[in-house]
Design a binder for this molecule. Structure first.
Ligand code: FES
Length: 230
């Protein structure tokens, strides 16, 4: 698996928390993130609140087409809003839209435009090339890692995201790493592949989405999710 990962090995977990939250985020954000993290008790998990799961298909989130599978022909550098759709234990389709982080954005670029995240001021960036289809389809969360605002494309540059809440900026071609403003972490990628005419997820968020204090908390939550969903 080809994975570009930039993570400073010198930074201990504790230092990473300090670096991530101390450098760019306001004190108020720390308490907000902590509060939201605590507000995701896994025991209340239902299939519609579960994070994206391997095997989920991508369906439209826009009201006019909600629930319809996204087609390759609909994709471009302008993002398309998506939800992951999986199955419950009885085999019924479940759109996982009760979890705000599951609001995803699907983009399509020429694949050779993606590149390893360059060094920068943020500690944790992952770009999984095997999670980008041969046609250049890439999927990220569209919920800002700073304070949870939905983030649209930058109107001036389709390769960037611009969060209007506090001017956070992300680079879509480099693992959605932060290139401006206060977000503490990159926007997490969700690896995807083409199966038949459907876009199918290969994994969940590869790094912690909004609402989790750090990668360790996210990994712990995923373990709980696995136990509950079976
Ligand atoms: S919510 Fe603050 S920069 Fe996005």
């Amino acid at each position: 698996m080809t994975r570009y990962k930039k993570q400073d090995p010198e930074i201990t977990r504790r230092k990473f928390i300090n670096a991530a939250l101390g450098a760019g985020a306001a004190v108020g954000t720390v308490s907000l993130v902590t509060t939201l993290g605590a507000a995701k008790p896994a025991f209340r998990l239902t299939p519609d609140k579960a994070p994206p799961q391997p095997g989920d298909i991508l369906v439209h989130a826009d009201a006019s087409k909600e629930g319809q599978p996204i087609k390759m022909s609909e994709l471009s550098e302008q993002g398309v809003s998506a939800w992951p759709m999986g199955k419950d234990k009885d085999g019924n389709n479940v759109i996982r839209k009760a979890e705000p982080n599951n609001q995803l954005a699907v983009f399509r670029f020429e694949k050779d435009r993606f590149k390893a995240p360059e060094e920068g001021g943020h500690a944790h960036v992952v770009l999984e090339l095997d999670g980008i289809t041969d046609q250049g389809v890439v999927v990220y969360s569209s919920i800002c890692t700073h304070a949870g605002c939905p983030v649209p494309n930058d109107p001036n540059d389709a390769t960037k995201l611009f969060c209007g809440c506090h001017s956070g900026q992300y680079d879509l071609l480099q693992g959605c790493k932060v290139i401006g403003g206060p977000p503490p972490r990159s926007m997490p990628q969700v690896p995807v592949e083409m199966k038949g005419d459907q876009l199918v997820l290969k994994d969940t968020f590869v790094t912690a989405p909004f609402g989790f204090l750090n990668e360790a908390d996210w990994e712990t939550y995923l373990e709980q999710v696995k136990e509950i969903l079976g």
